[in-house]
Every structure is written in C-alpha cells, then in structure tokens.
Design a protein around this ligand. Structure first.
Ligand code: DGY
Length: 323
C-alpha cells in the first residue's frame, strides 16, 4: 500500500521530520520560508494531510479550494484560531491540535515574563550591556515583589492551571481566576483558587494578570481600555495566549499613562509586527512567541501530530480531534 502524502508547512525538529519520512510520503519545507495562500491551496489539492502551524492562515479561501484532496489538517500547535473551523467542517476536513505537551513550557514562559517585568530584568540587562551601571545603591532599579502577591488568571485551562501551580506552590501567590467553563471543584481547591464571576472582578483585585484564554471570536480585544482601567495602577499584565486578546493601542496608552505598571508580552496582534511604541518602553518585556519553544516540547508537539495522523490513516478517531 502506498504511503499517505503529507505536506508540512514549516521546518519541524529533525527527529520529527526523520520519523515522518519513515511513515509518510512527506514534503518538508527545508528552507522554512512561509507558504503563501496559493502554495497552501496547492497543498490541499495534492496531499492527504496538510500540517500547518500557528503562523499559517488556513482561512476559507484556502480551504474552499477546488479539487480538494486533503482529508485532515494536523496542526502543529494547541491554538487553532488561525484555522477556519466552520469552513473545515463544511469540507468534512478533520482538524487536530497538540494539547498537553506544551502546557508546562508555556506556563514557564508566562512565569519568565512575570518575573522579568516585576524585577525589571529586561531593563536591567540593557542597563548593564549599555555600560550604564555605576554600582549598587539602595534605591537602584527597585521592582515589584512577586512572592505572596495576588495572581489573576483569565481562563483556567491546562496552561493556566500549570501557572497557578508554579505561582501558588513556588511563590506563595493567592490565585484568582475567571473562566466561563471552570474546571472541577477539586482542581479549583487544589490551588485554593478564588473563582470570579467576571473578568473585571479578577482585574480589580490582583497584582498580576496572566492571560490564558483562546484568541479570536469574542475574546478579540477582551483586554481593552475599559478593562485596563479596572486594574490597579501597580499591576502587571502578562500575555502568552494570543495577541488579539489585548487591544494593543489601548495597552500602549495604559502603559504610557500609568494606568498599569508594566506588561510582558509573548504574543502580538499582528505577529511578527510589534506596535512600534512598545519597542521603546522600558516597562515592557517582549518575547517572539516563545511559549512552547523548547526542543523537548517542540519534538513532543511534532510527535503528537504524527500520532494524530497515524490514527486518522488507520481509520481510528485521532486523540486530539478539534472538528
Ligand atoms: C500554540 O501551540 O498554540 C502556541 O501558541 C505555539 O506554541
């Protein structure tokens, strides 16, 4: 029997690419140049499975291509707001993602940003590299204490729970959260977390806010000027979820006017573009969407795509089917 034809849109870790070569008739993207809409359309016309990632736009124009051959989208990434799920469903395309394997690394990145912003680590590092440091003094670069403070989580899924775990047990933080689909009482009690009825209720009483909800739909610009104004002026906002959850121009204004103290951002509304003003602000830490970027996790994500494809081609339900 011939092997299924699989097209991968970007470079994946070598171990996963080699594994895919054994299993599938795979077309890799060795020079890692993003595929344009025409190339993506062609991929859907020529492969049994297309494996995009979070930076590929798999919209209705791509999915509604004539002479579609593909039957499955094996997404490399847990988030799927870059894929038009309704269009995929209408075309009977199965879509899978890669949950769980990136939970800890993404929470670690949120923790990194929380500590960096609170303790002014980006600013301090620039200070040393620029040879501006004149020596220790009692009032130099005082930051915000993290241990024992209040952390508010918007969304309380897997990554938020990992963040709660690290923050509560590692840093003695008191956990508050908002999630329209909360986890079990058992999970909530594990972190001694306080469930709030609204986003505002969380924002108004915590020292740090970390975002862990999906992007797109009704979450677009969830953190807007009005909600930023509800936060304490000493509070810090961390986003490792999706850029569009935060109204970026409103955030710039809030940071400029002291509405909130600082922000740590791993994701941006128009990646890889970053709002110019953020680049010049010292109370902001900026990372290039590194949430899951460890070799272990990226291999695990790739292997999870392979597992999903294997199940699909064996006629079994893929473990991580989204639609
Ligand atoms: C995802 O998987 O959705 C992340 O944003 C990429 O790590």
């Amino acid at each position: 029997m011939s092997k299924p034809k699989v097209i991968v849109t970007r470079r994946w870790p070598e171990a996963v690419e080699n594994h895919m070569k054994e299993l599938f008739d795979v077309q890799l993207n060795e020079n890692d140049v993003p595929m344009n809409a025409d190339q993506l359309r062609e991929a859907f016309q020529t492969a049994d499975a297309v494996c995009p990632t979070v930076s590929d736009k798999i919209d209705v124009e791509v999915i509604n291509v004539d002479n579609m051959k593909a039957k499955v989208i094996g997404n490399f990434g847990v988030g799927f707001n870059h894929i038009d799920l309704d269009a995929a469903k209408a075309k009977n395309l199965v879509v899978t993602n890669t949950p769980e394997v990136l939970t800890d690394c993404t929470a670690d990145t949120a923790m990194t940003l929380m500590l960096m912003t609170a303790r002014r680590a980006g600013e301090g590092e620039r200070h040393v590299r620029n040879k501006e440091w004149t020596g220790w003094r009692p009032t130099h670069m005082m930051g915000t204490k993290v241990t024992g403070k209040k952390l508010g989580l918007i969304g309380f899924g897997r990554i938020a729970q990992a963040m709660a775990h690290k923050s509560h047990f590692g840093f003695g933080m008191k956990i508050y959260f908002y999630d329209p689909f909360p986890p079990s009482e058992e999970v909530i009690n594990k972190y001694g977390a306080i469930q709030c009825d609204t986003v505002e209720e969380v924002l108004g009483q915590v020292d740090f806010v970390t975002l862990h909800c999906p992007g797109g739909g009704s979450n677009t610009n969830l953190i807007n000027a009005e909600r930023l104004a509800v936060m304490k002026d000493s509070a810090i906002l961390i986003n490792t979820a999706r850029g569009d959850v935060v109204d970026e121009p409103a955030l710039v204004e809030a940071l400029k006017n002291g509405v909130i103290k600082a922000a740590g951002l791993d994701v941006f509304a128009k990646e890889p573009q970053v709002t110019e003003e953020l680049l010049t602000m010292d109370n902001v830490v900026l990372l290039p969407h590194l949430g899951s970027a460890t070799l272990d996790t990226r291999i695990a994500m790739g292997m999870r795509v392979v597992e999903n494809l294997n199940a699909f081609f064996a006629g079994e339900p893929p473990r991580d089917r989204v639609v």
